[in-house]
Design a protein around this ligand. Structure first.
Ligand SMILES: [Mg+2]
Length: 373
């Protein structure tokens, strides 16, 4: 940090770092965090377990005139906790990294201290992008030169249920989408296939499938050709997160009529995209996994250069994080941006997904606003 103003010499070195960039205390970049309890409209079961509530964390970065907002998704099976996220966000090195000019987005991102919490990193990245877009007066997708009309439809996710009557009720109660992503991983591939057939028949819509690591490769080789016959749009994470032998077995047996096999848990970051080159057909990119919009943009670019499909997904998240992810939708083949639609207490409004159509906001930055109390 450079020392450029004699008037600041009065500060002690520790304080000096924080205040170096500003002439007066009122103009400092400020950062605040807020715990966010998100309640799910219905208990949500996938192969990793059942969820009724999530504890996410919001972060706000204020440059004196504007406030950028970001969200950290606390996903238990990714070993995040609200405490770990808040510790990372309140690291004194973070406020130093923010700098004093919201236009210099990459400078701020480059200066952020390393953190074990990719969710916290993603929240800071979102808030800095929000501030950057507001400072430049354009929505993020405009600043990236993207055409919002090229966003694919979003799927709506249907949780796992092995009670057939309850499952059919759930399918009938879902909002009208042209693509439903159904969660599988009941414990037996034959049961999973029955669930997929019920979903196809009850909705009359196209389905995609997410096994959340549930199958062994030999099970996957049984069910995938049968799912292909149901005209499934794609199959997400058929096998275990680290099962690269499994990915190889699937590749070696791949038939021309199989739907794309998309890696989710196996694809956390750009290194994983490289490792999956020639194995998976594509990757499901999520801000909470890779650490934010800059990293996600890098993963999309890398996947494209390797000839892979790209998908943008989300966690159980409010409209803050889902809207952030949605700005990348014009770049991808598949979108699964429904995390906020599953909530009964979404505190923000941003991107709207209506019958699967993604409507990106016109407002600068992320384009999210708090819901009036
Ligand atoms: Mg998934």
């Amino acid at each position: 940090v450079s020392v450029d103003s004699p008037t600041k010499q009065k500060f002690s070195p520790g304080i000096f770092l924080r205040y170096d960039c500003r002439a007066s205390e009122e103009e400092l970049m400020r950062i605040e965090t807020q715990r966010l309890t998100l309640r799910l409209e219905n208990p949500f079961t996938i192969a990793h377990g059942t969820t009724t509530e999530r504890q996410n964390v919001l972060v706000r970065i204020c440059d004196g005139e504007r406030t950028g907002v970001g969200e950290a998704a606390v996903v238990p099976y990714y070993k995040e906790t609200p405490e770990r996220v808040i510790n990372a966000l309140t690291d004194p090195a973070v406020v130093v990294a923010l700098g004093d000019d919201a236009r210099l987005l990459h400078d701020a991102l480059d200066r952020l201290p390393p953190s074990e919490s990719t969710a916290a990193r993603a929240a800071l990245d979102m808030a800095l992008h929000d501030l950057w877009g507001q400072r430049l007066g354009q929505p993020l997708y405009r600043l990236w030169g993207l055409n919002p009309a090229r966003a694919p439809v979003s799927s709506f996710t249907i949780a796992l249920d092995t009670d057939e009557a309850a499952y059919r009720d759930r399918l009938r109660a879902a909002p009208p989408f042209s693509l439903y992503k159904i969660k599988l991983g009941s414990g037996a591939w034959q049961t999973d296939l029955d669930i997929a057939r019920i979903a196809r028949e009850t909705t009359g819509a196209q389905i995609a499938v997410d096994a959340n690591c549930a199958w062994r490769a030999d099970d996957a080789l049984q069910i995938i050709p049968r799912l292909a016959a149901l005209d499934v749009a794609y199959i997400e994470q058929p096998i275990g997160r680290d099962d690269h032998d499994g990915w190889r077995a699937l590749r070696d047996h791949r038939a021309a009529d199989w739907p794309p096999l998309m890696a989710d848990e196996s694809a956390q970051n750009a290194q994983d995209v490289l490792a999956l080159n020639g194995l998976a057909d594509g990757v499901n990119i999520k801000l909470a996994k890779c650490g934010g919009l800059r990293a996600a943009l890098g993963m999309v670019t890398l996947a494209r250069q390797l000839g892979m499909r790209a998908m943008i997904g989300c966690m159980v998240e409010s409209s803050v994080a889902v809207t952030a992810a949605s700005h990348l939708a014009p770049l991808v083949d598949f979108a699964d941006l429904d995390g906020n639609l599953l909530l009964s207490n979404d505190p923000y409004r941003g991107t709207r997904v209506i019958n699967g159509q993604i409507h990106l906001p016109d407002a600068p930055g992320l384009g999210v606003n708090p819901v009036a109390e």
